[in-house]
Ligand binder design. Sequence first.
Ligand code: SF4
Ligand code: SF4
Length: 222
Amino acid sequence: MNFEDTKNLQSKILEIYSRVAEESKSLQGQWNLSCLDSCGECCFNPNITAREFEFYPLMFHLLDVNELEDFYQKFWGENSKKSKNIQGGVCVLLETKSSLSLENSQSLNSYRPGRCSAYEFRPLVCRAFGVMIRKKNDFYESSICRLIKKQYALHSEKFEEYLSSHHVNKEEVLQCVEDFAYQLNALHPEFLNQKELPINLAMKSAAEKILFLSSFHGYDKN
Ligand code: SF4
Ligand code: SF4
């Protein structure tokens, strides 16, 4: 992929991303399965994976605002104090809010508050954390965050019941994660071949790719 090809795909990636987010939001509204206040628990999962291209929009944004090099150096530069920790583990984009107490945990035992520092550019996987539909063989199934499921057990059951009555080939086509992943893969042949990586490695790899491509291009953000 060259610089122009990659840059030109950004609006298409973001368009698919916003459809994923809208679909998840709409399911949460329709089935009364909203997220818990100030919750950021899903982002603390140290095993989240993504593919390199999923972070290209964030990297192009950072390039636009002239912060990509600093971003890279902060986490992966030779002098980064954090560099031992960012290959795997919790996503580096997670901002924890110590001012928010765990009293927010309502009837649940614990969840940690936090927010994504690059929410607008978060990858596909993160847009499906709350509620989404998945396709398995010829059937749909729900993907509901465990905290939401616990908090809204009855609503979750109703949603699952609804999905269990839908065969994939039925006339009513439901939007599911696999469809969105397929749409992303179809944007460029290279995307299909990219492997899932721990989220911080996918981010690092994306930063390196865009820095490399931009260095040959004489990048002009206009
Ligand atoms: S990219 Fe943002 S939403 Fe996704 S895991 Fe990291 S902090 Fe959370
Ligand atoms: S998806 Fe679950 S863990 Fe993530 S913010 Fe919503 S309620 Fe919290």
